[in-house]
Design a protein around this ligand. Structure first.
Ligand code: T3D
Length: 262
């Protein structure tokens, strides 16, 4: 069993903790595989109704482990396209396709692909002391792990380009002000607040929440017409869930709903 990602399940929340703290949770192949396996489990396991992603130690993730890319070790230029295909891209796609909420608690610096994996999550909390760095420009690379997409879409070109070209740190508070993340919170409260949110979501109408995620993500590329059709289709599906019947019944009976996730 890999120790590079710690995995625990409590109250329907699958907590995935990136765990290479002495390397600021930078990604080696083992951590890639373990994180991907975590999200595959989240998709397959009915007990899992939300995911919480965080990092061990003082950082969230410093992106790719550059020790594994040392040109001084010889062997010629690596095929980084292949490593994106094999590692980062499948995980990004899993996070986006997972029809369960993914909460991220950015506990410290998030650099390179580490930042962009955080931006792919659904609800992102960051500690006030955390910062986001598009570190790629410092080593001659291009933003990856979905960063060029999410930064441009969320921030627009001027801010996306400045962040990517200058590789300057963006503090958590500013990231929240710009709409890149949900909230910046006190360092001491980060894990409790993110866990409470993930736990609340895990007790929610999982299928409806998953369909909501799908609808909002589809809006980025749909016309209004296509989106209206999609809402009709998804609402039809949501209207057939047990949780919808329970939600309406609970409202009419003036009691809290007890959602099963079905
Ligand atoms: O290759 C492919 O597959 C393509 C995909 C690429 C995706 C990417 O993510 S490319 C971008 C890679 N990441 C970076 O370029 C960031 C490199 N790290 C930093 O710039 C800084 O470490 C930070 C700004 C993130 C944090 O700075 P600071 O001063 O808080 O910490 P530090 O002292 O630099 O780092 C602490 C330790 O972690 C240190 O180890 P040591 O000296 O105590 O033994 C440092 O070497 C290590 N570390 C930090 N980042 C990485 C790393 N080791 C390997 N790879 C790292 N990315």
């Amino acid at each position: 069993l890999s120790e590079t990602v710690l995995v625990s399940l409590e109250a329907g929340v699958l907590r995935l903790t990136l765990n290479r703290p002495d390397k600021l949770n930078s990604f080696n192949e083992d951590m890639h595989r373990a994180l991907r396996a975590g999200f595959e489990r989240a998709a397959a396991d009915r007990e899992v109704r939300a995911v919480l992603l965080t990092g061990a130690g003082r950082g969230f993730s410093a992106g790719q482990d550059l020790g594994d890319r040392d040109p001084r070790k010889g062997g010629g230029a690596p095929d980084l396209g292949h490593t994106l295909d094999t590692f980062y891209n499948p995980t990004l796609r899993l996070i986006r396709a997972l029809e369960k909420p993914v909460v991220c608690a950015v506990n410290g610096v998030a650099a390179g692909a580490g930042a962009n994996i955080a931006f792919a999550c659904d609800i992102v909390f960051a500690a006030h002391s955390a910062k986001f760095i598009q570190a790629f420009a410092k080593i001659g690379l291009v933003p990856d792990a979905g960063g060029s997409w999410s930064l441009a879409r969320i921030l627009g070109e001027p801010r996306a380009k400045a962040l990517a070209l200058l590789a300057e740190p963006l503090m958590a508070e500013q990231a929240a002000d710009w709409g890149l993340i949900w909230k910046a919170v006190d360092d001491a409260d980060l894990l409790a607040e993110a866990t409470a949110t993930a736990t609340r979501l895990a007790a929610g109408p999982t299928r409806g929440l998953g369909l909501t995620k799908r609808a909002i993500q589809a809006a980025a590329t749909n016309s209004l017409d296509a989106q209206l059709d999609l809402e009709r289709d998804l609402q039809r599906e949501a209207g057939r869930t047990r949780d919808y019947a329970e939600g309406v019944t609970a409202f009419l009976e003036k009691r809290p709903a007890e959602f099963s996730g079905e």
